[in-house]
Write a protein that binds this ligand. Structure first.
Ligand SMILES: Nc1ncnc2c1ncn2[C@@H]1O[C@H](COP(=O)(O)OP(=O)(O)OP(=O)(O)O)[C@@H](O)[C@H]1O
Length: 262
């Protein structure tokens, strides 16, 4: 008998997160469907970054369960956790590139850590990822401080893709980019999602990304996920925090741009 495939690649169930007396999450549940782009939004301090760190296994919630690729994370030993973590692609907000390494060496880093591939093959893979992320080959030997903000994002994306993850996390992928650069980056994410058959989870403050590339949006408030729905549905939900978030001028302009025929 074949087992039905779990439609969820990630499940965070009944999560509680505390820092001393402060409760950041309580009874928070979030599931991510295979193949979707899910955006996590909420006001400043609502616990998006903390949640992201828990989902990528860099931090442990105080209570609750996280299941990734059908594996209960709580039950794993440290080596098993490291192996599971290597199946996640993560692009951090400011790139988090090693400043003493070139772009190619940065992309090579996870390949060296987690595979037994030889240097020639690793070099080819790094150059391929660079190209996938839309960087010219000439960027390979540059150091992070020789790159523009947009190039740093792309280099960080190339590194996140190094090990061919099926699940990609993006922390504020378009922050700091001008509107054209941000739209280009959103386009790139959409293209890569289709090309590489990715599931994407992103924390974002960018209204254009919400309307253009997110299939569903999870709204964090009152220490939990208040609602998960496509942006158009979420915008109609009658909750004071959600209404306030969606009815700002920037959000309305983004909605109009997303609905304008190309
Ligand atoms: N390591 C930590 N120790 C203590 N408190 C923390 C720690 N990390 C986060 N917090 C607290 O948890 C709360 C949620 O922080 P978090 O960074 O997740 O918010 P956020 O929704 O990502 O905000 P923003 O949109 O401004 O980035 C904040 O009150 C923060 O001070």
């Amino acid at each position: 008998m074949t087992m039905p495939i779990n439609p969820h690649v990630l499940e965070a169930l009944d999560i509680e997160t505390r820092f001393g007396e402060q409760v950041v999450h309580r009874d928070l549940t979030l599931t991510v469907r295979r193949g979707e782009t899910l955006a996590i939004v909420g006001s400043s301090g609502s616990g998006k970054t903390v949640l992201l760190r828990e989902l990528i296994l860099l931090a442990k919630p105080s209570r609750g369960r996280i299941r990734l690729f059908d594996t209960d994370v709580n039950a794993l030993s440290e080596p098993e956790l490291i192996r599971l973590r290597s199946r996640l692609g993560v692009m951090f907000q400011h790139g988090a590139l090693f400043t003493s390494l070139t772009v190619r060496e940065n992309i090579d880093f996870p390949l060296r850590e987690h595979t037994a591939l030889g240097p020639a093959l690793r070099r080819d893979i790094a150059l391929l990822k660079l190209e996938l992320a839309g960087l010219p080959a000439s960027a390979a030997n540059k150091y992070p401080d020789e790159l523009s903000g947009g190039m740093i994002k792309r280099a960080a994306l190339a590194r996140a893709l190094a090990l061919d993850p099926k699940l990609l996390f993006l922390d504020e992928p378009t922050s700091g980019l001008d509107p054209v650069g941000a739209a280009d980056f959103d386009d790139l994410i959409m293209e890569l999602k289709t090309l590489l058959d990715l599931t994407i989870v992103m924390v974002t403050h960018d209204p254009d990304s919400l309307w253009r590339i997110a299939d569903r949006v999870a709204f964090l408030g009152e220490k939990k996920v208040l609602q998960v729905a496509p942006a158009a549905e979420l915008a109609r939900i009658d909750h004071p925090d959600i209404r306030a978030y969606f009815h700002g001028k920037r959000m309305q302009q983004a909605q109009e741009r997303a609905w304008k025929p190309a």
